[in-house]
Write a protein that binds this ligand. Structure first.
Ligand code: ATP
Ligand code: MG
Length: 464
């Protein structure tokens, strides 16, 4: 009979798990604290431990870590009432088999226990790597995000390449950093390189460096990012935009860790872990001959696909509260939350810019909000900028009428007049929305107070 140790400070949980699992012919023992679990695990050698994270005294993660050092082959499932990325990632990194959130569904529990015990019987002990520094918090309790947390914890330890796919603003860079922070390389450099932002002719020498005289303008020798990053982690952002000739060179680095500076003949060995990200569909780039499929397979040892926010709307409320806390600290405010009416609007909206767009919306609201809650009453801007499906092209359509009108009227200063009219209206509207609070208006527009004053005096807006 397989033996299961339940560890939870809530007697109710211990009792009900014992009943459910007992019915399925498991021998169930319980412990009410991490300390007691340590004791029992040594004596009873359970096949599986199911343990709560939040317990007074030694918490679940600490207990798991200790248990794993003494009994490396032990199979454990961690559970908690809250799902925070740090804990899920750490649990997986410490070698937990899986991670579940309370309240636990009985059928789910039984099937997970079966799987865990079967896996435990043929598993190779997972070694424990030691604590790394706390990273940024990744918010999410949707099934998709929990799976991502697990994956981060599982892949972080090894040096394999990771490919992150997801639309703009879904958190690719945040997740790349989490993988890095939980890896063995956490104390070595993390070097982001945006393949789309660096001009094609410079990207190669950025990455690989060059010798003096390698090309016109190469007056001195340059050490490239791969050499700088030796022992560290490189984050290759927008990898889909990497030019084809460079992709061939990348392939070589991934195969044998060797690079050559431009114009150089020495082969230099480097040890760099690659995390790549893209918001493009690499498979279709391969089909159109814009991306090498051999490079794709090298990068794609492990891939993590981050779903767009509209496919995990259950995360919206947690994200809103997280951003409100964040901007409270930043702006020295005490906003308590968001009105239910706006929350409904936010849940209906599709968020094409994903989490970045949501974060910006909350930031804008917080700058202007004078009350305790973000609501359409207190933040008039929210109802005015009512979330609609207007994209960039709609803004362009609206503006082109004004443009046509300027062109129709003619004059020698069309350009200057059109631009300054737009500026004037922008400043005027920002002042209206903030009840003439210049500091807030400047923040809303993303300009300094001095710049705002300058524009106001030029446009004679002081008297309004
Ligand atoms: N799950 C999350 N929890 C908290 N903050 C998040 C989360 N996901 C993203 N963010 C925040 O949203 C912003 C955008 O995230 P990030 O820059 O990682 O997106 P990205 O996928 O790299 O976007 P792009 O493709 O446009 O570069 C960042 O400020 C990030 O901190
Ligand atoms: Mg990014």
């Amino acid at each position: 009979m397989d033996k299961i140790l339940i560890v939870d400070d809530e007697p109710g949980i211990c009792h009900s798990f014992k009943k459910i699992l007992g019915r399925h012919d498991y021998d169930v023992i319980t412990a009410s604290s991490g300390e007691k679990a340590m004791e029992l695990a040594g004596k009873e050698l359970p096949d599986l431990v199911i343990m709560d994270i939040n317990m007074p005294g030694m918490d679940g993660l600490e207990t798991l870590k200790k248990l794993k050092t003494i009994h490396p082959a032990l199979t454990a499932i961690i559970m908690t009432a809250f799902s925070t990325s740090e804990k899920a990632i750490t649990a997986m990194k410490y070698g937990a088999y899986d991670y579940i959130t309370k309240p636990v569904d009985n059928n789910q529990l039984v099937s997970l226990v079966e799987k865990a015990i079967a896996a435990g019987k043929m598993s190779i002990p997972v070694s424990f790597e030691g604590e790394s520094e706390e990273g940024d918090t990744i918010i999410g309790r949707s099934t998709a995000m929990l799976e991502i947390f697990k994956k981060i914890g599982q892949v972080a330890k090894s040096d394999v390449a990771v490919l992150l796919c997801g639309e703009t603003g879904t958190g690719k860079e945040l997740i790349a950093r989490a993988v890095y922070q939980h890896s063995k390389r956490a104390n070595n450099p993390f070097l982001p390189v945006n393949c789309a932002a660096i001009p094609e002719n410079l990207l190669e020498s950025e990455l690989f460096g060059h010798e003096k005289g390698a090309f016109t303008g190469a007056d001195t020798k340059k050490i490239g990012k791969f050499e700088q990053c030796d022992g560290g982690t490189m984050f290759l952002d927008e990898i889909g935009d990497m030019p084809l000739p460079l992709q061939a060179k990348m392939l070589r680095v991934l195969q044998d860790g060797c690079i050559q500076r431009l114009g150089g003949s020495d082969t230099i060995k480097t040890d760099v872990r690659i995390i790549a990200a893209t918001n493009k569909n690499l498979e279709s780039l391969i089909n159109t001959g814009k991306f090498r499929d051999d490079l794709y397979w090298r990068l794609n040892v492990v891939s993590i696909t981050i779903p767009p926010l509209r496919e995990r709307k259950e995360d919206i409320e947690d994200l809103i509260n997280y951003f409100i806390r964040k901007f409270n600290r930043e702006f020295g405010k005490e906003v308590k939350g968001i009105s239910s009416e706006i929350l409904q609007d936010f849940k209906k909206y599709d968020w094409p810019g994903n989490i970045r767009e949501l974060q910006n919306a909350i930031q804008r609201g917080m700058v202007l909000c004078a009350g305790n809650y973000l609501s359409s009453k207190e933040c008039e801007w929210l109802s005015q900028l009512r979330l609609t499906d207007r994209g960039e092209s709609d803004i362009e359509k609206a503006l082109s009428d004004a443009v046509n009108e300027h062109l129709r009227r003619g004059g020698k200063d069309i350009y200057k007049e059109a631009v300054s009219q737009f500026e004037r209206l922008l400043v005027k509207r920002a002042l209206e929305l903030t009840n003439n609070n210049q500091a807030l208006a400047a923040k809303l527009l993303g300009i300094s107070r001095n710049t705002l004053r300058e524009k106001m005096s030029r446009d004679d807006l002081h008297k309004e």
